[in-house]
Design a protein around this ligand. Structure first.
Ligand SMILES: Cc1ncc(COP(=O)(O)O)c(C=O)c1O
Ligand SMILES: N[C@@H](CCOP(=O)(O)O)C(=O)O
Length: 468
C-alpha cells in the first residue's frame, strides 16, 4: 500500500515513510492510494476477535511495509487490559432509549486520543529504531491530543515532543495533565491564541522544508496517517459490539472539531463497514455543521471562534476535512489544492452542488449543540440512565437524539471522561464528576510551561535552542 497527498503533488510513499513525514511536501495530507475493501466473509471472521487481533487485521492492510510479526507484537503490547482498564478495551453501554455509547476514554489520559496515540508511540519507537533515526514532534492541542501524546512519548528513545496549547483555554485538569510532566523530552508551549493558531504554527513549521529536514520534525496530530488508521479500528469494534449480526447497520454520532475522528469513520464506511450514517456533532463552533447543511465551508478566524464548555472542539479550521473533500471530489488533488488556496486566502468555498452526494453516497449529516444543550443532556443522561457523560460526549448525544430516524441504531462516541471538565459537570449536576483512581491532587502538582505569542518563528527558535 502506497500513500499519496490530497493535493496531488507527492510521489507515492510507503506507510513507514508516511508516518514520519507529517504534512506532505505540497501542504496536503496523506491518504492511501485506495481503501482496502472488506467483504462479508471478512466481517464474519472478524466479529469475535479481541481488540488487538482486530487492530492487526485492519492495520496490516495499510502498514504493508512492516513485517506482520512485528506489527502484531506492537499491537499486542498496545491494546492491553492494563492500559485500557478491561479486556474489552472499548466496551459499549446502552441508554434507556437504545442509544449506544462506545467507551473510548479508558486509556491513560481519559480521552479517545489514547486509542491511537498509544499505538503511535510504540510504532514510532519501532520505526525509528529500524531506521536509526530520531524524531522531534511539534504538535498542537486543544486539550486532549497533547496529554495523550505526552503520556505516549514520555521517556521514549529518540523522540522529543514540543506541544503547543492555547494559553489559559484548556480545563484546569487538562492543563495539569500536560504541564505537570517534568520529563526532559517533553516541552509544553502555551500560545496566546486559540487551537487554530497552534495548528497554523504546526503547519508553518511543517511547510518550512529546510527546518523540517534539519531538525527531523514530525507530527502526532491527526495530520499523521497512523493516528487516523488506528482510529478506524474502533469503528469496526464498535459495530461488532453494538450489533448481533453483520446483517445489521448502525450509524455513528461523532463529537467533532478537527474532523480526525469522523474521518476515520468515513474510511471505515468506505472500506465496507455497514454504516448507515455518519453524524457530525459540533459545539457552538459550527463551521462543519454549516458545511454539511449548506455546502459552504468558511473557516473562521480566532476572533470568531468561541471559548466553550466543550473546549477540545473549539476549532474553526478542521484539518482532516481536507481528506474527506478529496474523496468527495473523486480524489482530484488539483481541485483540492485550488479549494485550499481559497481557504488560505480567507475566502472559503462552496460545494452546495454536492449536498445530495454527501448525504446519499457518503452518509453525512450534522447538528450542533450549545452550552444550555450540553448541561441539559448531562442532566437527563444522569437522571434517566445514571451515567455521567463529559461535555463533548453530551454534544454528540444531543445531536444523535435530534436527528435519529425510526429504528436507527446510533453509536455515540464517548470522546472523554467527565473528570476532565469538572466545572461544567458541577454546574450541570451540582456535584463533582467521578474521578478515576490515580488522578488525585493532579492540579496541585508543580507545572512547567513556556508562553509565546502566536509566532511560528518564536516556536522554531525555541525548538532550535532546545535541540542544541
Ligand atoms: C474530547 C474531545 N471530543 C471531541 C474532539 C473532536 O475530535 P476531532 O478533532 O477528531 O474531530 C476532541 C478533539 O479532537 C476531543 O478532545
Ligand atoms: N481536540 C484535539 C485537537 C487536535 O486534534 P488532532 O486529532 O488533530 O490531534 C485536541 O484535544 O488537542
Amino acid at each position: 500500500m502506497k500513500y499519496i497527498s490530497t493535493r496531488g503533488g507527492m510521489a507515492p510513499l510507503s506507510f513507514s515513510d508516511t508516518i514520519l513525514m507529517g504534512l506532505a511536501p505540497d501542504g496536503g495530507l496523506a491518504l492511501p492510494e485506495s481503501y482496502p475493501q472488506v467483504g462479508r466473509a471478512q466481517l464474519d471472521a472478524w466479529r469475535d476477535l479481541s481488540y488487538a487481533e482486530l487492530a492487526f487485521e485492519i492495520i496490516r492492510l495499510f502498514a504493508t511495509d512492516i513485517p506482520q510479526a512485528d506489527l502484531k507484537a506492537i499491537l499486542d503490547r498496545t491494546y492491553t487490559a492494563e492500559v485500557y482498564g478491561s479486556v474489552a478495551i472499548t466496551p459499549v453501554k446502552r441508554l434507556h432509549d437504545g442509544l449506544v455509547i462506545l467507551e473510548l476514554s479508558n486509556g491513560p489520559t481519559l480521552a479517545f486520543k489514547d486509542m491511537a496515540m498509544q499505538f503511535l508511540g510504540n510504532l514510532f519507537e519501532y520505526v525509528l529504531a529500524k531506521k536509526g533515526e530520531q524524531l522531534n514532534i511539534v504538535g498542537a492541542t486543544s486539550g486532549d491530543t497533547g496529554s495523550a501524546a505526552e503520556y505516549a512519548m514520555r521517556g521514549k528513545q529518540g523522540i522529543n515532543v514540543f506541544m503547543l496549547s492555547p494559553d489559559g483555554l484548556m480545563s484546569p485538569f487538562q492543563r495539569a495533565q500536560m504541564y505537570s510532566l517534568q520529563d526532559a523530552n517533553i516541552h509544553n508551549i502555551a500560545i496566546k491564541g486559540m487551537f487554530d493558531d497552534c495548528q497554523d504554527i504546526v503547519k508553518a513549521v511543517q511547510n518550512d522544508h529546510a527546518f523540517k529536514s534539519q531538525y527531523k520534525i514530525g507530527t502526532v496530530n491527526s495530520i499523521n496517517w497512523a493516528r487516523v488508521v488506528a482510529q478506524v479500528v474502533y469503528y469496526f469494534k464498535g459495530y461488532f459490539n453494538a450489533t448481533s449480526s453483520n446483517d445489521e447497520q448502525v450509524s455513528f454520532c461523532v463529537p467533532s472539531g478537527n474532523f480526525g475522528n469522523v474521518c476515520a469513520g468515513h474510511i471505515a464506511r468506505q472500506m465496507g463497514l455497514p454504516v448507515q450514517r455518519l453524524i457530525v456533532a459540533t459545539n457552538e463552533n459550527d463551521v462543519l455543521d454549516e458545511f454539511f447543511k449548506t455546502g459552504r465551508y468558511q473557516p473562521r478566524g480566532t476572533a470568531n471562534t468561541w471559548v466553550t464548555s466543550s473546549p477540545s472542539m473549539d476549532i474553526s479550521k478542521a484539518s482532516n476535512f481536507e481528506r474527506f473533500v478529496f474523496d468527495l471530489l473523486g480524489r482530484d488533488g488539483a481541485a483540492v489544492a485550488a479549494l485550499w488556496a481559497e481557504v488560505d486566502a480567507g475566502r472559503g468555498f462552496d460545494l452546495g452542488d454536492k449536498l445530495a452526494q454527501m448525504r446519499e453516497q457518503f452518509g453525512f449529516v450534522s447538528g450542533k449543540s450549545s452550552h444550555a444543550d450540553r448541561l441539559a443532556t448531562i442532566r437527563t443522561v444522569d437522571a434517566e440512565d445514571q451515567v455521567v457523560v463529559d461535555t463533548h460526549t453530551a454534544d454528540g448525544i444531543k445531536v444523535a437524539r435530534e436527528v435519529r430516524l425510526p429504528g436507527e441504531t446510533i453509536v455515540c462516541l464517548e470522546t472523554a471522561l467527565p473528570a476532565k471538565f469538572a466545572d461544567t459537570i458541577r454546574e450541570a449536576l451540582n456535584r463533582d464528576a467521578p474521578r478515576p483512581a490515580g488522578f488525585e491532587g493532579l492540579e496541585d502538582l508543580p507545572q512547567k510551561v513556556t508562553v509565546f505569542n502566536a509566532d511560528a518563528d518564536a516556536v522554531k527558535a525555541y525548538v532550535r535552542q532546545a535541540l542544541g
